[in-house]
Design a protein around this ligand. Sequence first.
Ligand code: ADP
Ligand code: MG
Length: 619
Amino acid sequence: MPVVRRLSEDMINRIAAGEVVERPASVVKELVENAIDAGAKRVEIVTAGGGASLIRVSDDGGGMTRDDLALAIDRHCTSKLADDLLDIRTLGFRGEALASIGAVARLSIASRHASEPHAWEIVVEGGLVHPPRPAGLSSGTRVEVTDLFFSTPARLKFLKGERAEATAVTDIVKRLAMAHPEVRFALTGSDRSALDYPVAHGDDPFVERLGQILGQGFVDNAIAIEAEREGIRLSGYAGLPTFNRGNGLHQFLFVNGRPVRDKLLLGALRAGYADVMSRDRHPVAALRIELEPHGVDVNVHPAKSDVRFRDPGLVRGLIVGALRNAIHQAGHRSATTGGSATLAAFRTGAPPTAPAWRPAAPSMFSGSGAGATPVSFAAWQNNPAPAQPAYARTAAFAEPAQPAFAAVNIPSADARANIPAEIDLSDRPLGAARAQLHENYIIAQTTNGLVIVDQHAAHERLVYERMKTALARSGVARQILLIPDVIDLPEDDVGRLLKRADEFAELGLVIEGFGPGAVAVRETPALLGELDTRALLVNLADDLAEWDDTTRLREKLDHVAATMACHGSVRSGRRLRPEEMDALLREMEATPGSGQCNHGRPTYVELKLSDIERLFGRR
Ligand code: ADP
Ligand code: MG
């Protein structure tokens, strides 16, 4: 017969500790949060063995009296929560961190409160409490945790290696330091390289701290975000779409000064960039949300990294709207960082010494298109000239044994220029087209440098923006194919596509069934020009397979438009006439969001004259 027994206090603490103290990083989080709650201006963290053998957190906050110290290590003892769980203005409030840590490690806390003649120290070992005794510490609090999980060996086994645990500690310290730029943070230890973030004093302490933690590269490539809706304030910095990463680790979100990893917020961040970034890339951002405490419940999980908003739709809308807006306003700005990495590579490169090398033909910069009539980019695009043979490439790759710089000897006809040098460049940020190289890169001269445009990426972006505008205005003009394209596809793809045929028709793509395993394409969106209908349908079918049956295409419009634009864009390898190149640059300048293609890659890079001078060691 089962016997119901009351668990011992020690057992209760160990069970609770399992939720609060998952790994060394969680101990660091709790202790640093306590220091911040105590009003510290300086927090020093020392670790050894990834935090498993030692964690020491010292602060210069208000400290504790002897009596408080004795109580603080008991479960459910806190100085922070009065009686309203929905009015939480501190990082802690559950009163269980110190008790949990004391249950699974050796914990010693020395603390001096101003009202005490000297400091007191208390020690807890695997739940066993020693009474407070006098200690030497002039102010603040120093907490030392050694031999984490010595009393719960099962947990110990789940720890990753020293390095991984040390990295997790670093991550949590970075997040807390980012949320509190008014506090100095120092992190040192035998298991790591030291970090030191001095107090940020300037006009914008947050951006200063971001620079310390994420590097100036992020600050230079970020857009300031500032928005408010119904008392909820959003602020922070979001990376340019071209400044993206391969994973989501560089996304920092804070709610009322608390670092969170909340699904709703991460989803909103993703949605804000959906338009300008492919699904396998991740934006970099540090965003803060401030609202009055009643608007958010932080008591969802003991670790407090999830939150519940009273009005989740409002918060999501605020974030998505602010990000889209800011990215839109940043217009054709594109990340500078790729460029400086390239510059660095240039600088370390040895000058070519191979005998085959000759200076590039000077004809590259001589005009050949003088007096050419301007052609609108749209006109060019609807009437594309046939692609020229890519003999430049063939020359470079025909004989694999040849070194790549043989390409220097390409016929100079591949690069032509048209615009007189005296032209006024001041209102043309992308400059005047001077040449096209490798049949995809347009070189333009600006007032103080040069710009290299990836013609394919740029065109794709422009088509996408035009398509969105057309859709919003009046629907898409269609173009009837004289002979329908019949595309063989797997049966379930055919089914998926035909189920959405009406919606596709709204977007300018008219398809119908053609037996069980094929689809006939009758009309396509006119502004896509000639396109590879097969590749387009395959991609659209893939998208549909991923989406919910009830998702309306209108909701996914941006995505569908991006897929279509990608297939309707001029591929690289197409020679442009000088006036076509110029028309492309002018349209890019006029089009918001043209600084990156639909996959978040830059559409152009810029080299300032000063960069070029540095390349040649002139500066
Ligand atoms: P909580 O932070 O949820 O209140 P903790 O177990 O983390 O619970 O801490 C218990 C109490 O100990 C706190 O409420 C606070 O009064 C006190 N305390 C803990 N750390 C410090 C510190 N570094 N400085 C001053 N007081 C502290
Ligand atoms: Mg706490």
